[in-house]
Design a protein around this ligand. Structure first.
Ligand code: ATP
Length: 220
């Protein structure tokens, strides 16, 4: 629908965990999003080629993780786009498909490298973004302000009523500080490889799925 607000949450999701789910939930409420699309990367430019488990498994785990939350959906769009998966291409393709207002959701840990993203200016012209704090990482509103000034060439203004950095003539950048779950996929993969428990760090259905297939076990 044309007046929907749609969050685009890209990531490797290798595997999806409660840190991802919780921040999506908080942002959906904070930004009044009607839908959130979880978009697994087919192959991220900044992550090693051999790293992630198969796209189909990461997508299946995402589906298991979100299937009870109305408004949360997965998108396999990157499977049909050229590799590696550049965010600018993904968002361009989604703009053709989705009629609503798009807001790209991204952790500060990823966004801090924005100037090295292919076509980042086009990306920031095309879509609003919401940059959120990720627990255990550095970066605050002040450092985001200087990063945005450097990236665009003109510093934005902070607009407290919107909770966003704004320019007169381009999409805004929301900033959000609420997330508290210090969980990472890297840590989960290490635990699984060592045979340690990952219970209560990710949904049970996902734990079941990856255990049954031995997805992150040392022999796989
Ligand atoms: P890895 O450890 O493999 O790098 P990851 O846990 O960082 O994985 P990604 O799939 O790369 O997960 O992350 C996708 C997005 O989710 C990024 O924008 C990242 O900042 C955010 N994110 C990941 N974990 C958390 C968390 N615990 N809290 C909030 N945001 C998170």
């Amino acid at each position: 629908m044309a007046n929907e607000r749609i969050g685009l949450f890209g990531g490797t999701f290798d595997p999806i965990h409660f840190g991802h789910l919780r921040v999506a939930e908080e942002l959906a409420i904070h930004l009044k999003l009607d839908r959130v699309l979880f978009i697994p990367a087919a192959q991220q430019p900044h992550k090693p080629r051999h790293g992630p488990v198969d796209f189909k498994h990461r997508l299946a785990m995402l589906e298991l993780a979100i299937n009870e939350r109305a408004g949360f959906e997965t998108s396999d769009i990157e499977a049909g786009l050229p590799l590696p998966s550049y965010t600018v291409n993904t968002v361009r393709a989604l703009k053709q498909k989705e009629a609503g207002e798009l807001i790209f959701l991204v952790g500060y840990d990823s966004f801090s490298h924005i100037k090295s993203w292919r076509g980042y200016k086009e990306l920031m012209d095309m879509t609003a973004m919401a940059v959120f704090q990720r627990p255990g990482t550095v970066g605050d509103r002040r450092s985001l302000l200087s990063l945005l000034g450097e990236a665009i060439g003109t510093p934005p203004e902070w607009e407290p009523s919107v909770g966003a950095f704004v320019w007169p003539d381009r999409p805004c950048i929301y900033y959000y500080e609420g997330c508290r779950l210090h969980i990472s996929s890297t840590d989960l993969r290490q635990r699984l490889a060592a045979g340690d428990s990952v219970r209560y760090l990710l949904p049970e259905a996902v734990r079941d799925y990856l255990n049954k297939r031995g997805l992150y076990s040392p022999n796989n």
